[in-house]
Design a protein around this ligand. Sequence first.
Ligand SMILES: O=C1O[C@H](COP(=O)(O)O)[C@@H](O)[C@H](O)[C@H]1O
Length: 257
Amino acid sequence: MADTANSEKKKKVVEVFEKDDLPVSLAKYVADLSNNFTQQKGAFTVVLSGGSLIHDIRKLVEPPYRDTLEWSKWHVFWVDERVVPKTHEDSNYKLAYDGFLSKVPIPPGNIYAINDTLPAEGAADDYEACLKQLVKSNVLPLSSVSGFPKFDLMLLGMGPDCHVASLFPGHPLEKEDKKWVTFIKDSPKPPPERITFTFPVINSSAYIAMVVTGAALADAVHSALRDTQNSNKLPAQLVSAEEEFKWFIEKEAASKL
Ligand SMILES: O=C1O[C@H](COP(=O)(O)O)[C@@H](O)[C@H](O)[C@H]1O
């Protein structure tokens, strides 16, 4: 079921998939963008989330994509990270490395993990400085619309409270509009200390895939997509993209739409 949203929000697409079809379609979506961007500009900047997302992109490490994508042109970032060592079970880097990055030939120098020797504030500043350096070296353009860095693709997940990245409902970080990367020390979901991209950076992406699986997220999907009149927007409702914002929703998670 594809529901290309109407005039005002042309760039938002909601699609519901059978359980086994979602990872197949998601891998094709990522692969097509990878091919387009690497042909156009010789690079593909991709931002990963933690959580269930890494399992959802599992088809990318299988044939045909494993052997055909231009992995050497990929540059990989994290939309958020927990302030723990990279070897820790809570690390989004570890999750991505074990399930994805260790299985495809992306040059290690193109994988931008957070500095796990720094406390939260320092790690956020350090990651922002890393992005600024990549802007200077022309790996990362700035959006002509917002002036914030413009990634080619962000792969996002959503929590049961509709949080995205480490931007939680009602938390003041939702309103951060100057920093590129910020930190939280009181995350309602453990672990409490994290760094996260801010909404202006997320919303400057060319493409965003929001991937939601599992019956446990049915209420959250309903809130994010149907409770739209409330003036206090939920984090997932604050997401937009410059080219296309596409929801990949598993049928079970879409049961209350
Ligand atoms: O804590 C986090 O949660 C969100 C959502 O995770 P999910 O398991 O419900 O998909 C995730 O996108 C984020 O990167 C992570 O740090």
